[in-house]
Write a protein of this length. Structure first.
Length: 683
């Protein structure tokens, strides 16, 4: 029987703030102005991280307008030839579906497998086509604005990141180790690598230890539950409305387990509110904000019932998030210099359609300009080999006075990006973040605009109705997919976009003498990126390539496996796509693309005989154009992109060679905010 009765729970939930003024206090988070002192990241004096549990990006935000969700016009193609949405098992196809239930945001949705073996099985070597056998049909379930209105309203008021990935293909603890230490013991020291929720006690260095040494203040906000047990675990208690659900993963490190009162590892990581004794969950956070003694860096770990773990209602989490915002805005002067990151440790088993950036697992499966050894697990007798990550996309909401306006930020991030934001602000470097992750993932500064002076208010819905009606642990809801699957449609409307640093290109080059086809990859001078290459006529892929900022890398495909034809498609960051199809042993035309100012410039060459007559079509509008290229000639053509918000999707075909096709799609960055891809609109 729960130790705190329902009446006492509601007193705890209310804490010191009446529910009648909750909505007004949350709206204040979007209305209060930022403190503009330097116009840079230096204006942030407090970083707060609330990492919730087990939701994928598509599961929560696939329907959200203006993000790379269900309306993605350029999804990856599976080996079956269908798009990545068409997951199958035993010949039966399941598309993303909304479970047929009322009040879905308050349902106790079943949890799914989300460990290392089933995660690697779903990825299937990057083919990404085994989600149903590995996870079950509920993997394709999603929620809508009607189900989780508070989460959608947060995205509409602040900034949502639609290329934020969990760090690890697997469960909670390794992902949280990436957030707190930069890796999961990948180098084998201190008890690593850790691939599951083993919680055995570890000895590698945590980021709070580095902060402590540098004199940067930090703290964990949590409920203490019943404290550490004899095995050194904390949070796994029967009462889901107390404790931290084991989500303070610092407590699986020996330095924190063995700490005594008076040690910073005890005082800052093992203390907190005591709901069992009647203390409110948010009393200490609110008191610190009001007294302007919020640490420079804070992490928050919620009790199980409010963690948004899939077998707990999403809207219990909405209520908890609202209370956190209420506490942080209790002092407007503190909020004016605070950045709150709300994210999720992993995806549970919920599907997300964007194949994550992955390091090449061998020379036969890709290349990288940067060392990837720390990002590959070699396998053992119990667990298969594979890349540690990146994992699937998970939600990330950047809530601060510098991130208002309903923006989307599409730079590639993972949990180590949170540490890197802290690095940028406070100068404390985490050496355990691998070179590959530093090349591929950003530092979250692109999600902010520190120069803006306005404080446009935005309202958020009340969350009073999301208070748990009881303290019970309800049975799991197991939805059945519809008999006639149908792709969901994304909300109408576009969204402002944050400027990114990408300027990627991929060039193709045929060698008619050997039939080989070479691709050269580059992410641009200011940011690194990972590329995924699939083939429509080979079974030995896919392949992954990583280029650091300012570098290029090339690889060549042999025609023996492709019946004399090349058919290669490249996916990169923020909807970037290149496709190359044609006869491998035929000298003929080639096309390259470069971002130029606000436009894209195509360069046509022709190594064959006779005149090449190429047809250029822009999927975003305009009249098709014929480009004539004589043998040995070079023709340049600039495509203006003002009407499409600098988005492009260009296809070049040949009137004389039906096998020839080149496709170029993506977004031209110019250092200024933009608008989301108009092709995302499907409703």
């Amino acid at each position: 029987m729960p130790e705190v009765n329902r009446r006492r729970f509601l007193q705890l939930a209310g804490a010191t703030t009446a529910f009648g003024v909750l909505s007004a206090s949350i709206q204040r988070a979007a209305a209060l102005p930022a403190r503009h002192r330097t116009g840079s990241v230096e204006d942030v004096e407090h970083i707060v991280v609330l990492m919730q549990e087990n939701r994928s990006f598509d599961h929560y935000f696939g329907k959200l307008r203006g993000v790379r969700g269900f309306g993605d016009p350029r999804p990856v193609t599976l080996p079956s030839g269908k798009s990545v949405w068409h997951q199958t098992q035993d010949g039966k196809e399941v598309l993303p579906f909304r479970p047929d239930a009322d009040d879905l945001g308050m349902r106790f949705l079943e949890g799914l497998p989300h460990g290392w073996p089933d995660g690697q099985a779903a990825y299937n070597g990057g083919r990404y086509d085994r989600w149903l056998p590995a996870k079950g049909t509920t993997t394709m379930a999603y929620l809508t604005r009607e189900d989780i209105p508070f989460h959608y309203a947060l995205a509409d008021a602040f900034t949502v990141c639609d290329a934020y990935h969990c760090s690890f293909i697997g469960s909670t603890d390794p992902n949280r180790y990436y957030m707190w230490t930069g890796h999961t013991g990948n180098d084998g020291t201190g008890g690593g690598p850790v691939l599951g929720n083993d919680e055995l006690g570890y000895g590698w260095t945590t980021y709070p230890e580095r902060l402590e040494k540098a004199g940067i203040s930090w703290k964990i906000y949590q409920d203490i539950g019943d404290g550490l047990d004899a095995a050194g675990s904390w949070g796994w208690i029967d009462d889901a409305y107390r404790g931290n659900y084991g989500d303070n993963s610092l407590l699986y490190f020996d330095r924190y387990r063995e700490a005594q009162p008076g040690d910073p590892w005890y005082d800052k990581a093992r203390t907190g509110t005591d709901a069992k004794a009647g203390e409110g969950y948010f009393d200490r956070l609110r008191a610190d904000a009001r007294a302007d003694r919020l640490p420079q860096i804070s992490w928050i770990a919620a009790p199980e019932a409010f963690s948004e773990h899939s077998n707990w209602p999403s809207n219990y989490g909405a209520w908890y998030i609202a209370q956190v915002l209420d506490a942080l805005t209790a002092n407007p002067d503190v909020w004016a210099k605070t950045a709150l990151f709300i994210t999720y440790d992993e995806n549970d088993g919920f599907f997300d359609h964007v194949v994550p950036p992955l390091p090449p697992t061998s020379a036969a499966r890709g290349r990288s300009t940067v060392d990837v050894s720390l990002d590959l697990y070699p396998g053992d007798a119990k667990r298969p080999a594979g890349p540690y990550g990146l994992g699937p996309r998970v939600p990330m909401l950047v809530v601060s006075p510098w991130s208002k306006g309903g923006y989307v930020c599409s730079e590639t991030f993972d949990h180590t990006s949170i540490i890197r934001f802290m690095e940028r602000r406070f100068g404390v470097r985490e050496p355990q973040i691998s070179p590959w992750r530093r090349a591929v993932c950003g530092d979250l500064t692109s999600a902010f605009d520190f120069s803006r002076k306005d404080s446009r208010p935005a309202g958020l819905p009340d969350t009073d109705g999301y208070r748990p009606p009881d303290r019970e642990r309800h049975p799991d809801y197991r939805p059945a997919p519809p008999a006639d699957p149908e792709m969901p449609k994304q909300e109408r409307g576009r969204r402002p976009t944050r400027p990114l640093r990408y300027a990627p290109y991929v060039d193709g080059r045929a060698d008619p003498a050997t039939g080989r086809y070479t691709l050269t990859f580059a992410s641009g001078p200011r940011a690194g990126a990972a590329f995924l290459v699939t083939s429509g006529n080979r079974t030995d892929g896919p392949w992954t390539f990583t280029t650091e900022a300012g570098k290029t890398i090339s690889d060549t495909w042999n025609p023996v496996c492709s019946k004399g034809l090349h058919d290669l498609t490249v996916h990169g960051p923020n909807g970037f796509l290149r496709a190359f199809k044609g006869a491998a042993r035929t000298a003929g035309p080639e096309v390259t693309a470069r971002h130029t100012g606000d436009d894209v410039e195509l360069t046509f060459t022709h190594a064959g005989s006779g005149t090449a007559r190429l047809r250029l079509v822009n999927a975003y509008g305009g009249t098709p154009r014929t480009v004539t290229v004589r043998p040995g000639a070079t023709v340049k053509h600039r495509v203006a992109l003002a009407a499409s918000g600098r988005w492009y999707d260009l296809t070049v075909t040949s009137r004389t060679d039906p096998a020839f096709l080149r496709r170029f799609a993506g977004h031209v960055e110019n250092g200024r905010p933009g608008v989301s891809d108009p092709a995302l609109v499907t409703e």
